[in-house]
Design a protein around this ligand. Structure first.
Ligand code: NAI
Ligand code: MG
Length: 344
């Protein structure tokens, strides 16, 4: 038995951090089935060469994989004919309906609780991101409208994923983020549907505590008292904003991992972009990519392997001897990789 993993470094520092994550997976030995890696193309660079940001072959090969790791794409700031984000397309084509982003700070000692230890579970397929925008010209001037789609089906499956993730965490708390005081129909449906998840699985989620919060006050409290949150579940747009705000709580973007998850496939992806300002210098922080590999394993059911990676990374950060410049250190990507391997 082997674990088939697609590797899509894509652009910029994606090419520097994904190989590091691969090496860490290889170092796990018998904690996971022997990984088999398949290199795949996507992104801006392959678009400029071939005219496609997401070659058909990449998608077809991923369908046969157990999981994947995606680096980062460089998106042009102007609109380019024929180009669209491969990550958005992948989410759609592989039905990766959830974006899961754990944000965890590293405590001074292994015994202490981290100050921030939460997971943002963001719905990934609908809300305003269905991109049905219409511009019309009226007698009073231009008028723009956007459609916001919220379905019971999508709200239920994201809600269920949030409950399942909470079950695997010590605090077992889910907070629904919404604005149903104003958007009573759309956010009302999201809220009601997520609230209704436990009733559909009698007994399964009895240990999970359910809370809810209006999105604006949730952001305020997230910044002032992040310790009150465990699992936050939100529609697409709120989730997008909250997950970046939460990432700011733990310092560098180079630390924060994510996965795009569906029922049949999971793709790890560091939260950061292709970082053109440090590309090719060998100083990109590989930790977000390494933690994304751990998170991918966790979703595939290999918690032991994932724990081994996370514990090693925590030790390296805690000791503070081998850190890349974004964390105030002067070490290279490879130095950090080697430090993690040594702890493992
Ligand atoms: P960015 O995340 O690439 O960089 C922001 C800042 O954080 C830069 O100063 C960068 O050097 C630093 N940084 C990011 N990751 C780091 C790491 N692992 N180690 C050390 N420092 C790190 O965001 P930016 O500059 O706004 O976007 C650059 C390109 O990336 C753009 O083309 C953008 O469209 C794309 N992008 C892609 C994303 C993705 O693939 N999911 C997400 C965000 C941006
Ligand atoms: Mg974002």
């Amino acid at each position: 038995q082997s674990l088939k993993i697609g590797l899509i470094p894509a652009d910029g520092i994606g090419k520097e951090v994904i190989p590091a994550a691969r090496t860490v997976l290889e170092a796990l030995g018998s904690d996971i089935p022997k990984p088999e890696f398949i290199d795949l193309l996507a992104g801006w660079e392959v678009f400029t060469r071939s005219g496609s940001a997401l070659p058909e072959e990449t998608v077809e090969t991923l369908r046969e994989c157990d999981g994947a790791l995606f680096g980062a794409v460089s998106s042009p700031s102007r609109s380019v004919t024929g180009y669209s984000s491969p990550i958005v397309a992948l989410r759609k084509q592989l039905d990766l309906y959830a974006n899961v982003r754990p944000v965890v700070s590293v405590a001074a000692t292994p015994e202490e609780k981290p100050a921030v230890d939460l997971v943002v579970v963001r719905e990934n397929t609908e809300c305003l991101y269905v991109k049905q925008e219409v511009l019309t010209h009226t007698a009073q001037g231009k008028e723009a409208r956007a459609t916001r789609l919220i379905t019971e089906r999508a709200s239920h499956r994201i809600g269920k994923m949030a409950f399942d993730i909470a079950l695997g965490r010590p605090r077992k708390q889910v907070t629904i983020i919404h604005k149903s005081n104003v958007l009573s129909v759309t956010d009302g449906l999201f809220r009601e549907t997520v609230r209704g998840v436990p009733a559909k699985y009698p007994g399964q989620y009895d240990s999970v505590k359910l809370e809810e919060q209006i999105v604006d006050s949730a952001v305020y409290r997230l910044i002032r008292e992040p310790e009150i949150y465990d699992v936050m579940v939100a529609p697409n747009l709120y989730g997008d904003i909250i997950s970046d705000a939460a990432a700011a709580l733990v310092g560098s973007l180079g630390l924060v991992p994510s996965v795009n998850a569906g029922d049949k496939f999971v793709m790890g992806e560091p939260v950061h972009g292709s970082a053109p300002d440090i590309e090719g210098k060998g100083i990109a922080n590989p930790i977000a990519a390494i933690r994304s590999a751990a998170l991918m394993l966790r979703h595939l059911g290999y918690a032991q392997g994932a724990d081994r990676i996370d514990v090693a990374v925590d030790q390296v950060i805690r000791e503070g001897q081998v850190l890349t410049p974004d964390l105030g250190g002067s070490s290279s990507t490879n130095d950090v990789l080697n430090a993690v391997l040594k702890k493992m």
